[in-house]
Write a protein that binds this ligand. Structure first.
Ligand code: UDP
Length: 361
């Protein structure tokens, strides 16, 4: 059987690492009727610390196709990906196209495959923010509708699909757990300290969502709150290239206890998470990793796809209001959070993904 994996952005490399390993393990066990995995890297993320570091550290097989499509508007990027992926699919004739998450690479891969009647398996299916202004929300809804196998990370994701009528469609919906839990469990064992110096106590923060970076007033509000908080606890921010460019362009002042560092690899990220006292983020993945690491998360967004974390008081939504960020920070000092619920499965999502794909081939 041949699977074409389509990836292009940092969180997709991290998720694909677990699945590529599961394919390797499957092949070692079976020895015949094995799975051939062909990897297409669209090039959406291309900086070494946003791309190749993950392939090296997480031992992801080298991409068979490297497309180098980036730094374009949504339309041009998705369009060029669609055209190039279609050519590869016509040539390779895979049984499956495997896509992850909610980026333009996800949408282009699913669309190219479905037009050629190639089955699509979508990892992280069923997530919804119910905010159609997010490019990710558009990508994930369309990808889900084109997929044959909807591999959901949580029960809430399954419920979302049921509400959209997926029970009546020919596609199959499964809760297989979150593949990011697999990677956290596996790579935590070899987490490594970054090269820069780390304060004894610190908060870990990331900001990169378009709603925060493209709206200057939101970004400024966040940094106003961070300036106050960092007087009490220093903040480390591995900065996304998009956010870095805006901070530089707009000359946003960064106070001395806010440590802006280059993006780190996954092993360093897990180390920072383990040592941090609290997480501020607008990332999807980091909200769950904070939970897996037993760290409270203050989410700098107006909504989240991971509502079970909110409902269980291990995460709070504060948007980008300086006042609400500061209030939530004070509130965390009193919170006794419970991190023991298995919202995201047992850490064997990658094995289940492969098992399900084999079953439906
Ligand atoms: N991450 C990383 N290095 C960094 C920042 C983030 O390895 O400097 C990891 C993070 O731990 C998580 C993933 O990147 O696994 C999240 O990616 P991102 O926030 O870019 O995307 P999202 O999850 O919001 O789609």
């Amino acid at each position: 059987m041949k699977i074409i994996t389509i990836i292009g952005a940092r969180p997709q490399f991290i998720k694909a690492a677990a699945v590529s390993k599961a394919i390797k393990d499957y092949n070692e066990r079976k020895r015949e009727n094995t799975i051939e995995e062909i990897i297409i890297h669209t090039g959406q993320h291309f900086d070494p610390n946003m791309s190749s570091i993950f392939f090296d550290e997480m031992k992801i097989p080298k991409p068979n196709y490297q497309l180098d499509i980036n730094s374009l508007g949504h339309g041009a990027m998705s369009g060029r990906m669609l055209e190039e992926i279609e050519n590869i699919l016509l040539e390779e004739k895979p049984n499956w196209v495997l896509v992850y998450g909610d980026t333009n690479s996800t949408l282009a891969g699913a669309l190219a495959a479905s037009k050629l009647h190639i089955k699509v398996a979508h990892v992280e299916a069923g997530l919804r923010s119910f905010n159609m202004k997010m490019p990710e929300e558009v990508n994930r809804i369309l990808t889900d509708r084109m997929s044959t196998l909807l591999l959901c990370p949580s029960e809430n994701a399954v419920t979302n699909l049921k509400k959209e009528g997926f029970d009546d469609f020919t596609s199959k919906v499964f809760n297989i757990g979150d593949v990011m839990y697999d990677t956290t469990l596996h790579f935590s064992k070899i987490a490594k300290a970054p090269k820069f110096e780390i304060p004894g106590k610190f908060i870990l923060a990331t900001i990169h969502r378009a709603e925060n970076t493209d709206d200057l007033s939101r970004l400024k509000e966040i940094f106003t709150a961070f300036t106050t908080i960092s007087k009490e606890t220093p903040i480390i921010i591995p900065i996304h290239p998009r956010t870095k460019a805006i901070i530089e362009r707009e000359k946003i002042e960064i106070s001395e206890n806010i440590h802006i560092v280059e993006p780190v690899g996954y092993l360093e990220m897990l180390y920072l998470l383990k040592k941090s006292s609290l997480v501020f983020t607008d990332s999807g993945g980091l909200q769950k990793e904070a939970y897996f690491s037993g760290k409270y998360c203050i989410t700098l967004r107006d909504e989240t796809e991971w509502i079970e974390l909110i409902e269980n008081n291990v995460n709070t939504l504060v948007g980008a209001s300086s006042k609400r960020i500061l209030e939530a920070f004070d509130e965390t000092k009193k919170i006794k959070a419970d991190y023991s619920n298995a919202f995201y499965g047992d850490g064997d999502a990658a094995t289940k993904i492969i098992k399900t794909i084999v079953e439906y081939t």
